[in-house]
Write a protein that binds this ligand. Structure first.
Ligand SMILES: [Zn+2]
Length: 69
C-alpha cells in the first residue's frame, strides 16, 4: 500500500513532453526549471537540452564576425 502511494506520487512528479526541434520524447521531473510551467500546460513549446545546446552554439557562431577570405 505504501509503495503504491509512492508510485502515484512519482508519476505526478514527471511530465512527458516532446521536443519541438528533434521530436524526441523527454520525461522531465520536478528538478527541471520549466517543470511547473510544463505540467500546467504541456502544450508549451519545449526544447530538449541537446537541441538547446546546439541552438545556443549555432547562435554564437552566427554572432561571430565573418572573416574575409
Ligand atoms: Zn531536441
Amino acid at each position: 500500500m505504501l509503495s503504491r502511494r509512492k508510485e502515484t506520487k512519482e508519476e505526478e512528479l514527471q511530465v512527458e513532453i516532446k521536443c519541438i526541434v528533434c521530436n524526441k520524447r523527454i520525461e522531465i521531473t520536478k528538478v527541471h526549471k520549466d517543470f511547473q510551467k510544463l505540467r500546467k500546460d504541456p502544450s508549451l513549446p519545449f526544447v530538449c537540452d541537446d537541441c538547446n545546446n546546439r541552438l545556443r552554439h549555432q547562435a554564437r557562431e552566427e554572432q561571430k564576425p565573418k572573416q574575409p577570405i
